[in-house]
Design a protein around this ligand. Structure first.
Ligand SMILES: [Zn+2]
Length: 102
């Protein structure tokens, strides 16, 4: 599901340029209907084995045990996707129609 190139940037920084395939089942936030959304195709992450100094940089993934686990990265991307708000096509249309009335 995840193909990636790991590149050592510096002693403690590794970049991952990856391509994700597949989709994730999410629930519509309005009607509760389950549907699939595609994973974002391109993934670019910075991985560090040190605690990030800049806490604002959310793209940095910490791997303090020195082992990079691609399936863990993939799982966390999936969890992020699942925790976002999603509307199924039907509710999405309703939403647009609703907004146009004002
Ligand atoms: Zn819906």
């Amino acid at each position: 599901m995840l193909d990636g190139d790991l590149q050592q940037k510096s002693k403690h920084l590794i970049t991952l340029a990856g391509e994700m395939k597949g989709s994730v089942e999410v629930q519509c936030n309005r009607c509760g209907e389950s549907f699939d959304v595609a994973l974002p195709a391109l993934l670019r992450l910075t991985i560090s084995d040190q605690i990030a100094e800049d806490k604002d940089d959310l793209d940095i993934i910490e791997f303090l045990d020195g082992e990079i686990d691609l399936s863990f990265i993939l799982q966390s991307e999936i969890n992020t996707l699942k925790s976002e708000y999603h509307y199924c096509d039907q509710c999405d249309e309703d939403e647009e129609a609703f907004e146009m009335e004002f």
